[in-house]
Every structure is written in C-alpha cells, then in structure tokens.
Design a protein around this ligand. Structure first.
Ligand code: ADP
Ligand code: MG
Ligand code: MG
Length: 251
C-alpha cells in the first residue's frame, strides 16, 4: 500500500536535510510502529506524507497504491485516504464538534466527487462510529476541543479518523503528556479501526503505547533513515535496552 523509496527531504526554509535516504514499506491491513530517539525525523516524515509545504523532497518517491503522491497537494492526498491525526488539536470555539465533523466529511466527499451526506445519513454514521468507539454522543454537542480533557481530545480525533474512512492512518503521538487513559483510547481506536484494506502507522517515542496496540512491524528511525526493522519484540527490546545500540551512545 505504501512504499517509500530512498526518500531525501529538507526543511524548505533553511535547506537542512532531515530525511536522508529513507526506505519503508507498509502493507494493507498492517499496523506499523515507527520508533526512534527524539529529533530523528519521525514527525517530519508524517508531515511529508501528509504533504505539508514546509518540507522539500529532493530525491526518492512515495508510492501510495502504486501512485507517486509527491505531486499531490494535502487535500488531494486526503481525498485518496491519507489521514494524519493532529498532535496538537485545534480548538474551534462556537462550532459544535458534530458540525465540524459534518463539514470535514462533506469536504472529503466533495474532493472524491461524491454527493454531500444528508443530515439523517450523517447522524446515522456518527452514531455508528461513536458506538463502535464507545464515545458518548453528548461530547459532540460541545465546541471541538474547547475545554476537552486529554482523553476527550483523543476521542474526537479517533472519531474523526473513523468517519473519514482513511486507507492510511498516521498517528504521531507526542513524546510525552499522554496519560494512560488517553493512551488506551488511542490504542482501542486503532485496534477497532483495523481493516484488511487499511494500514496504520503509529509513531511513538515510548514503547508503552505498544502495550495496547500490538504492531505487526516495528521500525526504528534514526538520523532520517530506517535503521532497524522487526516485529513487536523489537519494541520490547528497545524498552529494555534503550536506543544505545542504535545511536552508539550510552543510554
Ligand atoms: P522527531 O519527531 O523524531 O522527534 P522531528 O521530525 O520533529 O523529530 O525533527 C527532526 C529534526 O528536524 C530536529 O532536529 C528538528 O529540530 C528539525 N526540524 C524539523 N522540522 C523543522 C522546521 N520546520 N524548522 C526547523 N527545524 C526543524
Ligand atoms: Mg520530537
Ligand atoms: Mg516528533
């Protein structure tokens, strides 16, 4: 589903190379974890996948279902099913979460050349998805993220992901700040949304998220390259030994 070949990318503003010859393959149905020390380029990779303009790809390709997506803008990528969860959720005062979700869904449908959802159809979809993710629909009447707890923000994010029915989900979890409840919400969401035709990339610094999401593959990103690939046991090894074997420095 996703094939990244010899990717090189730099910060557009100052030309610093961050991604330095990265290769990665993720199959349909797979949950892939990307781990690595702080500053390795994990977030940069997720931004490049989503098409953010602050980065310039200088070499290599990103094939999504065989198509090179580097030529596509973020909206076109989203229409093809690439979804990047937000690390820092935006607050939208005055707009009920429900309304925000409806606009997001209809924007995506428009980009795909599909008709707008009727309100009853939309309500049915939201109810289904909220039920599957065990989300209390009362939360959806409140403005998006305004006064939400960490856990509620995660619920809103996962619900948005479910409703947009992505083919490739990318979750970049911040290196700190998620409590265990929020981690479990993210993990339960990822597990519930696993489908044979959907791939998920979970980016995380710490192994503890992977206590709840069992990844099919684990990749270590260091200095802009994937330097090690394995199964879930690799995450456990990293938890036990740290990144010292990879960085060549004492933990
Ligand atoms: P990680 O997510 O693995 O911690 P990042 O992708 O956030 O790593 O960052 C990789 C490196 O690139 C860091 O040294 C970071 O400071 C730098 N970097 C990333 N984006 C920018 C940017 N827009 N401007 C300046 N430096 C950046
Ligand atoms: Mg970081
Ligand atoms: Mg990061």
């Amino acid at each position: 589903m996703l094939e990244i070949k010899n990717l090189h990318a730099r910060i557009a503003e100052d030309g610093t190379e961050i991604i330095r010859g990265l290769n990665l393959t993720v199959k349909a149905g797979e949950v892939a974890a990307i781990m690595g020390p702080n500053g390795s380029g994990k977030s940069t990779l997720s931004y490049i996948l989503s098409g953010r303009e602050d980065y310039e790809v200088t070499e290599g390709e990103i094939l999504f279902n065989g198509e090179n997506i580097l030529e596509l803008d973020p909206a076109e990528r989203a229409a093809k099913g690439v979804f990047l969860a937000f690390q820092y959720p935006v607050e939208i005062p005055g707009v009920a979460t429900m309304q925000f979700l409806k606009v997001a869904m209809n924007e995506q449908r428009k980009a795909r050349g599909e008709e707008e959802l009727s309100t009853p159809d939309f309500m049915r979809r939201v109810k289904e998805a909220a039920g599957e993710l065990k989300i209390n629909p009362d939360m959806l009447k409140r403005p998006l993220n305004v006064g939400f707890s960490g856990g509620e923000k995660k619920r809103a994010e996962i619900l948005q992901m479910a409703l947009l029915e992505p083919k490739l989900c990318i979750l970049d979890e911040t290196d700190s700040g998620l409590d265990i409840d929020a981690l479990k919400i993210v993990a339960d969401g990822v597990n519930a949304l696993k489908r044979p035709d959907r791939a998920t990339i979970v980016i995380t610094h710490y192994q503890r998220l992977l206590d709840y999401i069992v990844p099919d593959t684990v990749h270590v990103l260091y200095k802009g390259q994937i330097v090690k690939t394995g199964d879930k046991n690799l995450a456990l090894e990293l938890e036990a030994n740290g990144y010292a074997d990879i960085t060549g420095q004492a933990a």
